[in-house]
Design a binder for this molecule. Structure first.
Ligand code: C5P
Ligand code: MG
Length: 194
């Protein structure tokens, strides 16, 4: 069977990580969360980690070339699986183009991009709530505001990019439960497996 390569897309706080966990369990996918990889680099006090830290704390993006090189390495170290779910990557058009090239060079391609849409008010509410327990240095109002602006200016152009490629499926994720949202996510995946 063809590998299932999924981009789970959406603004910060849209539920990418949560929906990824459910997908992984059901479809046996590997999960690449770029944010998690960066936080591990910080914890391990690597050079990349120290560069990433200053960007993350300001809610800004780590430069494309660093992220793309990191992603390629992580991708080549995946255990066997049904495919990969990309969470938090791509975040710029440049990263989107690089991902297409990276997959093509490995004789595979993206199967689908799932765009979780959530209103800004709810995103802020969810991220502030998460901040109370996540301990993440970027889940505070100032950094959240910066992250949402970065999403709008640098990341959201990918919606059109994937729409043009015929890969985009939108899932309304506002004011609905995790299970309700996942039912739509699952339906989207089933439709490409059929
Ligand atoms: O995806 P997540 O919200 O965990 O990412 C946290 C932070 O990591 C982002 O706000 C950004 O500073 C950084 N990041 C990045 N480029 C990516 C993914 C994450 O710069 N592709
Ligand atoms: Mg996440």
């Amino acid at each position: 069977m063809k590998p299932l390569n999924i981009v789970i897309f959406g603004a910060p706080g849209s539920g990418k990580g949560t929906q990824s966990e459910l997908l992984i369990r059901q479809f046996g996918l590997n999960h690449i969360s770029t944010g998690d990889v960066l936080r591990k680099e910080i914890a391990d006090k690597t050079v990349l980690g120290s560069i990433a830290k200053s960007h993350i704390n300001k809610g800004e993006l780590v430069p494309d070339n660093l992220i793309i090189d990191m992603l390629a390495k992580v991708l080549d170290n995946q255990p066997p699986g049904a495919g990969v779910i990309f969470d938090g990557f791509p975040r710029t058009l440049e990263q989107g183009k690089a991902l297409n090239e990276m997959l093509a060079a490995r004789n595979t391609e993206l199967s689908i991009v799932i765009n979780l849409t959530v209103a800004e008010e709810e995103l802020i509410h969810r991220l502030l709530k998460r901040g109370e327990i996540s301990g993440r240095s970027d889940d505070n109002l100032e950094t959240i505001t910066a992250r949402l602006n970065v999403y709008k200016s640098q990341t959201s152009p990918l919606v059109d990019f994937y729409q043009r490629e015929g890969k985009l499926v939108e899932v309304a994720a506002n004011g609905r439960s995790i299970e309700e949202i996942y039912a739509d996510v699952e339906r989207a995946i089933d439709s490409i497996l059929a």
